[in-house]
Design a protein around this ligand. Structure first.
Ligand code: ATP
Ligand code: MG
Length: 262
């Protein structure tokens, strides 16, 4: 089992989109994948269609109406009691809920508060090939828990102006977390929302390739409206629109990913 945190402290760069669609594409290569939603926004949980399956009315509750990662972090529940199957075979989810926002504060007084997720993953005996942890765009105890629990970091970067903004902060976070997780490193960079009609995307892509040298995946994720529509239908792109450029890109990325992390 290899555990990846999908991180970038810049918001809206494609972290959640990558977790859902790379995760789903990997299952078609015969991999068993667990997605952990560690973001109080719960975009991963809703984007994979969890509320549809469970008929949850999201607007009605401040407390989570279903078992979630919050219970693992604050109530000592086991991951085995909160993970659920999704509509995609071999793709599983540990859901989040808005109530997770409160966990940041509740965790402050807990012992070994940075290592709760790592300990939970260590005693989790399900045979997954890959675990992806989707992070919020901020640096708090939730993100630190993800960094301590993960073996490697995958960084999606949007091919837009200010793309490199926040990466200095990310690199600094990795440096600090190394005290708790000495082998943690950035092992992959994914270029997202590439717009082939603009020169800007190409020049930003070059800049990122230069900055991260061999870490950048050859597959580039294009800007594709189908990718932004899919989560509102609660489906990964390979189910929502198999022939879209977004679906093809995440399929290619999955092949490259499985080769790099075999
Ligand atoms: N390749 C793409 N083409 C078009 N739209 C995209 C693409 N990737 C992501 N999006 C859209 O851009 C928005 C931000 O993407 P996403 O939620 O994956 O980013 P994020 O990094 O997880 O954001 P946050 O930091 O808020 O968690 C979403 O509306 C998503 O549907
Ligand atoms: Mg997100």
């Amino acid at each position: 089992m290899q555990t990846f945190v999908i991180a970038n402290q810049k918001g809206g760069v494609g972290k959640t989109t990558t977790a859902i669609n790379l995760g789903s594409a990997l299952t078609h290569l015969g991999k068993k994948v667990l997605l952990i939603d560690l973001d109080p926004q719960s975009n991963l949980t809703s984007g994979i269609g969890y509320e549809k399956v469970n008929k949850v009315d999201w607007s009605q509750s401040t407390e989570s109406p279903y078992p979630s990662i919050y219970d693992v972090l604050t109530e000592n529940k086991k991951l085995s009691s909160v993970f659920v199957p999704t509509a995609i075979k071999n793709l599983y989810l540990v859901p989040a809920h808005l109530s997770l926002a409160g966990a940041e504060i509740e965790l402050v007084s807990q012992l070994a508060r940075e290592s709760i997720l790592r300990n939970a993953l260590r005693e989790f005996n399900e045979p997954f090939d890959y675990v992806f942890i989707d992070c919020p765009p901020s640096l708090g105890l939730l993100t630190i828990n993800a960094f301590v629990a993960a073996d490697m970091i995958i960084v999606p970067i949007q091919c837009e102006y200010f793309a490199l903004e926040g990466l200095g902060q990310l690199i600094e976070t990795v440096r600090i977390v190394k005290n708790l997780n000495p082998t943690l490193e950035i092992k992959g960079v994914i270029l997202t929302m590439f717009d082939s009609r603009t020169k800007l995307s190409a020049s930003v892509a070059c800049e990122i390739q230069e900055f991260f040298k061999g870490l950048v995946f050859e597959t580039i994720i294009p800007r594709n409206v189908k990718l932004s529509e899919a989560p509102s239908h609660g489906k990964p792109i390979d189910i929502y629109d198999t022939l879209s450029s977004g679906a093809r890109a995440y399929k290619d990325l999955a092949k490259e990913f499985a080769k790099r992390f075999s």
